[in-house]
Design a protein. Structure first.
Length: 325
């Protein structure tokens, strides 16, 4: 069993589990939309979850070291989050955190898991809990002294401030994070795009839309040049550019950019994925502002149809002790 568990760890990278970036579009749309999985996708996720549980039981039986067991719990939490089983995801994150917190060599991973728990709270509209998680994660990163990780932590905190309508705080944290990422040559373009999107929306809310347009064009450049292309980041960049241009009074291009962003997201995600629904809401508000009532009503009807589908909105999610620190 030990060699099988070792093989399992070769496929678990907590860096790849860092799912907290890129939520700016969701938080601007208010509480996250529920996601309705198709049967094939849901079946695959449930298979991954069953495998994770099996590995955890095997690790506990074999006396696996706490850090590796924490990785397994974090992986399970991520899969539960993808399947919109928020209560189970929160419980699994807390298992991982309890295992990692006392381990000096696990503090970087501990901060990543805290950030991911923060993303769970963002998706369920619990911004107070998300802010506590992300502030604590940032404090851990600052103590470790990794400048790039600190920049990522500031970017994640900025998303929460945006969701809480603390636009000045969001702009400040996002701007500092972006400046640091550029100076440190952030290797993951999607991280840069995510922090720029947060910066763009916060600047527009502070009536600094000219700066937002410049940053949106930079975000689209980062997303377009990435190899391989992160399609969700590319879709968000198009939407952010359309939003910034619209708020800046530009008449022709915003419609094209928003529709392209929605097209890209729909090509990769289900029509009821939270990113797709948030993009549609932004586009509907734009259409209403342009007095294009029939088109706006058509988008609104699509939103209502999606919202009426069965979903797991996690009304019973408990409050984590880590969210209350």
């Amino acid at each position: 069993m030990w060699h099988l568990l070792s093989h399992r760890f070769a496929h678990i990278n907590l860096g790849n589990l860092c799912i907290s970036s890129g939520l700016a579009l969701l938080v601007m749309a208010g509480p996250a939309f529920a996601m309705d999985q198709n049967l094939a996708g849901q079946s695959t996720l449930q298979k991954h979850i069953a495998d994770d549980i099996q590995w955890i039981h095997a690790g506990e039986k074999e006396g696996l070291e706490p850090l590796k067991l924490g990785w397994l719990w974090a992986h399970l939490a991520s899969n539960y989050q993808d399947s919109m089983e928020f209560e189970k995801s929160e419980s699994a994150y807390n298992h991982a955190l309890r295992l990692m917190e006392p381990l000096p060599d696990a503090q970087k991973d501990y901060a990543i898991v805290l950030d991911n728990l923060g993303s769970l709270y963002v998706m369920s509209g619990k911004f107070d809990d998300s802010e506590r998680c992300r502030k604590r994660a940032l404090a851990v990163r600052m103590r470790l002294g990794d400048a790039l990780e600190v920049a990522r932590g500031r970017a994640h905190l900025a998303e929460v401030y945006l969701g809480r309508h603390k636009f000045k705080d969001a702009r400040q944290e996002a701007n500092e994070a972006y400046t640091a990422m550029v100076a440190l040559k952030e290797p993951e373009p999607s991280q840069v795009v995510a922090v720029l999107v947060t910066l763009i929306y916060s600047e527009c809310e502070l009536k600094q839309c000219k700066n937002a347009v410049d940053h949106a064009r930079a975000a689209l450049s980062y997303a377009s040049d990435a190899k391989p292309v992160d399609v969700l980041a590319l879709g968000q960049a198009h939407l952010a550019l359309g939003y910034a241009e619209w708020r800046n009074g530009i008449k022709d291009n915003p419609d094209e950019e928003m529709r392209e962003g929605i097209r890209i997201m729909r090509s990769q995600e289900l029509p009821t994925h939270p990113y797709v629904l948030s993009a549609m809401e932004q586009y509907r508000i734009y259409l209403e502002s342009e007095h294009r009532g029939p088109e706006a009503q058509e988008i609104a009807e699509q939103e209502r149809t999606a919202a009426a589908r069965p979903h797991d909105a996690c009304p019973q999610c408990t409050v984590s002790v880590y969210g209350l620190r």
